[in-house]
Design a protein around this ligand. Structure first.
Ligand code: CTP
Length: 398
């Protein structure tokens, strides 16, 4: 559930800051991409080096260092969730009142992502009417509060105010993320990679697809809260956060789709599926001494066309079109013929585009005649564009 999600871990100045080291590790172990943001107060209790070593990125401790010119807005925008543990009375007050006094409060005010606040302070402070009012304000704005526990506090005092247990904080982060993201509660099936069709026991007919674009789409859908099933023929490691079905041939991909597609809200066919497969020439290995074999091909099932004719109302179906000529005309013909909602077309003869490259340039065609040209982008950025379009097509109420 946390895999691939971008979590900002805010740490403010309280003795419980040492516990957020463990929280950082737990979030990273669960697959989250964690960026720590430490206040000056936090740095009096824990060293940034500890977080630098454990987190996915170096800790941010000031607005005035690092590569980015505007680290707070950039971090806030990229985040899927911000968790503050421990949250001092000062940070809680600043967030409740919209005051940006340091890097952490800047990030908190700049983000639209869900926020989880885990207060830790002395009992008198926790019960002060100002803190009580600030907490009520945050709750009314949808902030998740992980209540402090009773127990031993700094200086030997006993009372309510101890940072909640790490398990409770991780659970709060997980459940907040599960209900956030524009694809939360949706089931998305993505196919990726080029199928390989056997000629004999050792040889195959394959294509140049690396699976990179399909894997990036699956990762993006998972990051935005979808339950993702990735049916992949690619050999590269699939992204975290997806249920993965490994296949090799078009027939196996079709069988997996027969199981997974009917209940999906979205099916995205990024795979390069073989149109023809060899009629196997031998059960074992064809020997060189037997001479060059005659390889005869037979058509495979058009999986996407089958999904198009079985499409449920409200289901969103996205195809890809790899073209070398007449990109838009060919792709829009496929859009109509296969009953698609969107088709992502690329000119695979263009430099740096499509098969095997880290970049892609696509035209996204829709059923209303719209055509969005992306220009040359990373495959991750293309994935974001595709998922943005899918999210807009999903019916609001199911
Ligand atoms: N596709 C499929 N099953 C096949 C062939 C293709 O599901 N047997 C899907 C691909 O995953 C892609 C779309 O159909 O989403 C278009 O694939 P493409 O190879 O561009 O087009 P084809 O329909 O195979 O037509 P052509 O080869 O003539 O371009």
């Amino acid at each position: 559930m946390l895999a691939g999600r971008r979590v900002v871990l805010g740490v403010s100045g309280g003795i419980a800051a040492y516990k957020s080291v463990e929280l950082c590790r737990r979030l990273v172990d669960a697959g989250a991409h964690v960026t720590p943001v430490l206040t000056e107060g936090a740095l009096r209790f824990v060293g940034r080096t500890t977080f630098d070593a454990l987190a996915s990125e170096r800790a941010l401790v000031s607005l005035w260092e690092g590569e980015s010119r505007i680290p707070h807005t950039e971090l806030g925008r990229r985040a899927d969730l911000v968790v503050v543990a421990p949250a001092t009375a000062r940070v809680i007050g600043a967030l409740a009142n919209g005051l940006s006094t340091d890097v952490l409060t800047n990030v908190l005010i700049a983000t639209r992502a869900p926020v989880v606040v885990c207060p830790a302070m002395h009992t008198e402070m926790w019960e002060h009417p100002a803190v009580v009012a600030n907490i009520a304000t945050l709750r009314s704005r949808g902030v998740t509060i992980v209540e402090p526990e009773a127990g031993r506090l700094a200086g030997g005092d006993i009372g309510v105010g101890r940072l909640a247990g790490i398990d409770s904080i991780v659970t709060a982060v997980e459940s907040t993320l599960a209900f956030s993201g524009d694809l939360a509660g949706r089931r998305v099936v993505v196919t990726a990679g080029g199928t390989r069709e056997p000629i004999d026991a050792v040889r195959v007919i394959a294509n140049r697809s690396s699976g990179r674009q399909g894997h990036a789409i699956a990762a993006e859908a998972a990051r935005r809260g979808a339950e993702v099933v990735l049916i992949t023929a690619a050999e590269s490691t699939p992204p975290a956060g997806c249920a993965v079905v490994h296949v090799e041939t078009a027939e196996q991909m079709g069988n997996a789709l027969d199981v997974e597609a009917p209940s999906a809200d979205v099916v995205i066919m990024a795979a390069a599926v073989a149109d023809f497969r060899p009629i196997p020439i031998s059960d074992g290995k064809h020997k060189k001494s037997d001479g060059p074999p005659e390889i005869r091909l037979e058509p495979t099932r058009d999986l996407l066309a089958g999904l198009g004719s079985a499409k449920r109302p409200g289901q969103v179906l996205v195809g890809f079109a790899a073209e070398t000529d007449d990109l838009v005309a060919n792709a829009s013909q496929k859009l109509t013929a296969k009953s698609l909602d969107l088709i992502v077309a690329n000119d695979v003869s263009a430099p740096e585009v499509g098969f095997g490259h880290a970049t892609n340039a696509v035209t996204i065609l829709d059923g209303e005649g719209g055509a969005e040209e992306t220009g040359l982008l990373s495959k991750e950025a293309i994935a974001t564009r595709v998922i943005d379009r899918v999210a807009r097509l999903l019916p609001a109420v199911r």
